[in-house]
Write a protein that binds this ligand. Structure first.
Ligand code: HAM
Length: 418
């Protein structure tokens, strides 16, 4: 059997790691400016955690989880999303009760979906969750923070759509309104929607089936069935966004594929990536902490799909320059140079802590080392031969531009390179 990666699970090659590091560092920096702190939680959790949070009747839990019994016979699942694990860890370590917690996480998630462009079985999310704040200011601030992320990454054409699902009572009532509406039109429902009529009728609103669109368009709208408090909550979020000059559209059909939401839900989408066009999604989930065994604590958050975000950045800008290349490549030719070379390069690394310096290892002629120096992408070659070692005068040659080569002693080299 030929060994190869599992379908839908990608290797990240060195030629791509520059843009990933740039994106991850930028996101970390921005959320820490809003005082979010990192939390890490396991990839494997009890299956029951996802059943009780994401919901038994969702596609994720019904069809997409990697679930197996471990050697003790316990049912475990690979995390399909981050909010559940974040809440579980927060409850377990007393981070949420009676206090404000602002947390972020980054890592791989797993869903057994049909792989296609922008949809993978292992994908990465950068998530942010804020606990302990029941007022709409934090919903708006999270959205404003995500907008700042796009700006920092040079993305300016994402569309923000928001909706409100109201309180859980509103949602329960609206679910019945929707069930009744679609029940009257059963003959027009596709297979999936027929099944959802019993289990999760709200999800029918999210169907992408072309034949269903007219029916969905005529369906009752969440925003028209909100109670007064929920409506006011939603209007306030919208007002805060308008005050902060964030453009948005109210989309009454956003219902999200996870069951824990209440009040605000939102999605940032692009028209550059085809069908898998949601870059970031989230919302409020005031009932979740209690549902998972904690004290009632409000929560709101979002997760960014990094593969999609990076595909978008790659479509817009040249990211090759983000790949790390050495500043210097040290060519080491000659017997004395070979003996003393590594120690000399160590001394140089100590003197130039912010530079990346690749020492040639593996021997070979001057010519072949030069070729490798060029291929490494280094800006300069430093030539260290026997004469150079004895006379303490190395030659520096620019590899990417036409300038005269220099001869410098160690101290002058350090000064020039600093
Ligand atoms: P979600 O909408 O399921 O929400 O996923 C968030 C984002 O993850 C999506 O918008 C997409 O960019 C990315 N994503 C999801 N599935 C895949 C996949 N198979 N391949 C590539 N990218 C994918 C959540 O997961 C919620 N936990 C978000 C949240 C946080 N809500 C509140 N806090």
């Amino acid at each position: 059997m030929k060994l190869q990666a599992i379908r839908g699970m990608n290797d990240l090659l060195p030629s791509e790691s520059g843009v990933w590091q740039f994106v991850e560092n930028t996101l970390k920096e921005i959320v820490s400016r809003y005082s979010y702190q990192e939390i890490r939680f396991p990839i494997l959790e009890q299956t029951a955690l996802f059943k009780r949070s994401v919901g038994e009747a969702t596609d994720i839990v019904e069809k997409e989880m990697y679930t197996f019994d471990d050697r003790n016979g316990d049912s475990l699942s690979m995390r399909p999303e981050g909010t559940a694990g974040c809440v579980r860890a927060g409850i377990e370590h007393g981070l949420l009760y009676n206090q404000i917690a602002k947390l972020w996480y980054l890592g791989p998630f797993y869903r057994h979906e049909r792989p296609q462009k922008g949809r993978y079985r292992q994908f990465h999310q950068f998530g942010a969750e804020a606990f302990g704040i029941a007022t709409p200011d934090i919903d708006a601030e999270l959205i404003i923070m995500s907008a700042r992320c796009w700006e920092a990454l040079g993305i300016n054409d994402l569309k923000l759509e928001i909706n409100s699902m109201g309180t859980s009572e509103c949602r329960d009532k609206f679910r019945e309104v929707i069930r009744e509406y679609f029940s009257k039109h059963q003959s027009q429902l596709d297979q999936d929607s027929l099944r959802r009529l019993d289990t999760n009728p709200l999800r029918i609103l999210d169907s992408k089936h072309p034949d269903m669109q007219a029916l969905i368009h005529e369906a009752p709208k969440f925003t028209e069935h909100l109670d007064d408090d929920s409506k006011q909550f939603f209007d306030t979020v919208c007002d805060y966004l308008a005050q902060a000059n964030i453009n948005f559209e109210i989309n009454p059909y956003i219902v999200r594929g996870l069951d824990y939401y209440s009040h605000t839900v939102f999605e940032w989408t692009t028209d550059k990536l085809g069908a898998q066009n949601t870059i970031c999604a989230g919302g409020r989930y005031d009932g979740l902490v209690e549902q998972l065994g904690g004290h009632a604590t409000p929560g709101v958050g979002f997760a960014i799909g990094l593969e999609r975000l990076i595909a978008l950045i790659e479509a817009n800008q040249d990211t090759a320059k983000l790949n790390a290349t050495p500043d210097f490549y040290v060519i080491i030719a000659g017997e004395t140079a070979q003996r003393k070379g590594l120690a000399w390069v160590e001394k140089l690394r100590s003197a130039l802590p912010s530079k990346s310096i690749q020492a040639h290892c593996g021997g070979g002629s001057f010519k072949s080392q030069f070729k490798k120096a060029d291929k490494s992408g280094a800006r300069y070659a430093i030539i260290l031969g026997d004469d150079e070692i004895t006379s303490d005068q190395v030659t520096i040659k620019a590899l990417r531009e036409q300038t005269d080569q220099k001869q410098l002693d160690f101290e002058a080299l350090v000064e020039w390179a600093s």
